[in-house]
Design a protein around this ligand. Structure first.
Ligand code: CMP
Length: 154
């Protein structure tokens, strides 16, 4: 089933200049960017995003980290995108992430694990609404087919 999911390239990914490489991995697997922005997150947005972790010992660290520098928020669309992106990202703890995953190839630290992705259809709906207004999420087909193949491309 075609789904949309929220992905963050966290401040460590942006600071390490890995944004393009990370986004390329998703595109190379056929996931389509339907929303994209660079954001320097304020505390209110950080608390909304990490609301489920409020009260946990690492909550303040999470908020401090995600507000420390800009991040890139992405809405990705594709077949089973929610689970697919989680598989591509690898285990939350980078030392347990399989080689070939984003964290397994590029990250070491739990607190600096490069990417966030929605973990369920419910969290995808909630998180997409936190990060993007409805009019910032675009739907489009393969317009390039029309340019390459002409009108018969449909
Ligand atoms: P993320 O996918 O952004 O969602 C919550 C984040 O909390 C997670 O990635 C980790 O970076 C972080 N996290 C989860 N568990 C712990 C923990 N036990 N200690 C520190 N950070 C954690």
């Amino acid at each position: 089933m075609t789904e949309r999911t929220l992905v963050l390239v966290k401040p460590d990914g942006v600071q390490r200049l890995l944004t393009g490489r990370i986004i390329a991995r998703y595109e190379e697997r056929g996931l389509k960017i339907v929303g994209l922005k660079l954001v320097h997150v304020d505390r209110a947005l950080a608390e909304r995003h990490y609301a489920v972790h409020k009260g946990k010992p690492f909550f303040e660290g999470l908020v401090a980290f995600i507000t420390s520098a800009p991040l890139v928020a992405l809405a990705l669309e594709g077949p089973d995108a929610i689970a697919f992106v989680r598989t591509m990202n690898g285990a939350t703890r980078p030392t347990e992430a399989a080689p070939g995953t984003i964290r397994g190839d590029l990250a070491v630290e739990m607190s600096q694990n490069l990417v966030h992705a929605s973990d369920s259809p419910e969290s995808a709906a909630t998180e997409l609404a936190i990060w993007f207004r409805a009019d910032e999420l675009l739907s489009y087909g393969r317009e390039i087919d029309r340019w390459v193949l002409g009108p018969q491309a449909g």
